[in-house]
Ligand binder design. Structure first.
Ligand SMILES: [Zn+2]
Length: 214
């Protein structure tokens, strides 16, 4: 639970003063919180000075202590992708999983509703594992790994230049660093690429170079 010491203290103060002004806890619960928070809960918060708070997020939200968690477009896209993956898993399954008519309809509706967004499209690139080629959900987990791979070569000429400068500066490497042109010591050998791994492959033996170069 988030730390809410100050706002909870403020809330307790406010509740207490409302109650002292003659409003019953029931009235406060009904009129101020539309009974989304129990009157006994309000009483307990006020009496504890905000030190005690209910645990349910829903109630904390009704009390105005925590904000509604907004789902970002990427989170929405992820849940859609999880649904898609689940659907694909059902379709791929050698022993068809029994899906009720209602479940299938809901799945269809959700898939139709799913608008294609850039982020989602980006996410779709990651629906299959670059190593085993299976749908990333095949492990039963909706998680996957994305690796950004770069290949660099050491630029020996640049290193030599830096070394030469250090030699001139009586071997002072630090001074050479400061005095030197601060140039790149490596040359990228390719555009960076992203590879997706399912949970299983990510934890197993993967030949990254082989995946990228093939
Ligand atoms: Zn895999």
């Amino acid at each position: 639970m988030p730390t809410l010491t100050v706002p909870a203290f403020d809330l307790a103060e406010r509740l207490l003063s409302e109650n002292r002004s003659g409003r019953s806890w029931r009235a406060i619960a009904r009129e101020d919180y539309r009974n989304r928070v129990n009157f006994a809960t309000l009483n307990r918060i006020a009496n504890s000075g905000g030190a005690w708070l209910p645990k349910e997020r829903k109630i904390l939200r009704a009390l105005g202590l925590v904000e509604r968690r907004k789902r970002t477009p990427i989170q929405k896209a992820i849940s859609r992708m999880v649904r898609d993956t689940r659907k694909a898993m059902i379709e791929m399954s050698p022993n068809p999983i029994k899906v009720t008519r209602a479940q299938a309809n809901r799945l269809e509706r959700n898939l139709k509703k799913a608008k294609v967004e850039v982020k989602e499209e980006e996410l779709r690139k990651h629906t299959t594992c670059s190593n085993c080629g299976k749908k990333i959900g095949h492990t039963g987990l909706p998680g996957f790994w994305v690796l950004k791979v770069e290949r660099h070569m050491i630029d020996l000429r640049a290193v030599k230049r830096q070394d030469g400068l250090a030699a001139m500066l009586d071997g002072d490497v630090v001074l050479a660093q400061v005095m030197g042109p601060d140039e790149d010591m490596t040359l990228p050998m390719m555009e960076s690429v992203e590879i997706t791994l399912c949970e299983e492959c990510a934890l197993g033996d993967v030949n990254i170079g082989g995946l990228v170069l093939v």
